[in-house]
Design a protein around this ligand. Structure first.
Ligand SMILES: Cc1cc2nc3c(=O)[nH]c(=O)nc-3n(C[C@H](O)[C@H](O)[C@H](O)COP(=O)(O)OP(=O)(O)OC[C@H]3O[C@@H](n4cnc5c(N)ncnc54)[C@H](O)[C@@H]3O)c2cc1C
Length: 232
């Protein structure tokens, strides 16, 4: 059954980096979602409105029922540029939650999470949920930003790596998806040798996720073992 579409009010807009913005929304009816899931926004733009675009929740469910979405400004991107001009008090239509990019059930497997740019958004939500639950699962995060000042959540993740012994953070900077893939493949082999049982989680655009999934399969992972979320 299709999820009902409902209005949500913009409560705040915050720039997290020069080209990444956070919106906090209050939907009319509270959504029950799991970290890693997304909502579908219906935007009044484009040649055949509404334009439908997916955005992952960046923060776990809150008692107040707010939804935190984080997105980058895509050059000429209709959806992201529309979201960029929203102001406090504006209304957006959305439905959801959707998606199967979820944390695996608790096990003794470490998590190997690899994300480029706003691909980090659903993984950030998962990290916050693990921390809130005091979950001791070891997490390795390789996060690639297109520039140093576009490393999303960088200070927060550095702090988490210092304060939480089970969390390991490897920030990388690469201007394109192709160079990002090359950099990740450069750092992965020794890590895969010492943590061959880790559960991979990949998120980002197709040119980033697909070659890395292929690389992990050549390294011995089965396709269905690798959890992926592909943007666009
Ligand atoms: C399940 C799911 C969850 C998503 N969650 C998020 C999220 O949390 N944050 C977020 O920023 N985006 C997210 N996206 C992508 C988002 O839905 C839009 O595709 C993106 O904002 C671009 O839309 P646009 O209309 O501005 O540009 P378009 O004109 O539709 O896209 C132009 C090009 O940009 C590529 N692209 C897609 N997403 C991005 C991106 N984020 N950054 C750069 N290029 C992109 C597309 O492959 C396309 O080739 C998600 C997509 C999916 C399918």
């Amino acid at each position: 059954m299709a999820e009902p579409i409902q209005p949500a009010t913009v409560l705040s807009t915050t720039d997290l980096t020069p080209n990444v913005r956070q919106l906090v929304l209050l939907p009319q009816h509270k959504l029950d979602f799991s970290p890693g899931q997304w909502v579908s926004l219906k935007l009044p733009v484009g040649p055949h409105p509404p334009l439908t675009r997916a955005y992952s929740m960046a923060e776990p469910a809150s008692p107040a029922g707010t939804l935190t979405l984080v997105f980058d400004r895509v050059p000429q991107g209709l959806g992201s540029n529309y979201l960029y001009q929203l102001r406090v008090g504006d209304i957006v239509s959305l439905s959801g939650p959707y998606g199967k990019f979820l944390l695996p059930p608790r096990s003794d497997r470490a998590l190997l999470s690899i994300a480029r740019y706003t691909g980090l958004v659903p993984i950030h939500c998962m990290l916050k949920a693990l921390k809130a639950a005091d979950d001791p699962t070891p997490v390795f995060l390789i996060a690639v930003g297109p520039a140093e000042d576009e490393l999303l959540y960088h200070v927060e993740l550095l702090t988490l790596a210092i304060t939480c012994s089970s969390f390991h953070y490897f920030p990388l900077v690469a201007p394109t998806e192709e160079t990002a893939v090359a950099q990740v493949i450069d750092v992965l082999p020794p890590w895969l040798r010492s943590h061959h049982n880790a559960q991979p989680l990949l998120c980002g655009t197709k040119p980033f996720v697909q070659p890395l999934r292929q690389y992990l399969m050549e390294a011995g992972y089965e396709r269905k073992e690798i959890r992926v979320e592909v943007y666009g």
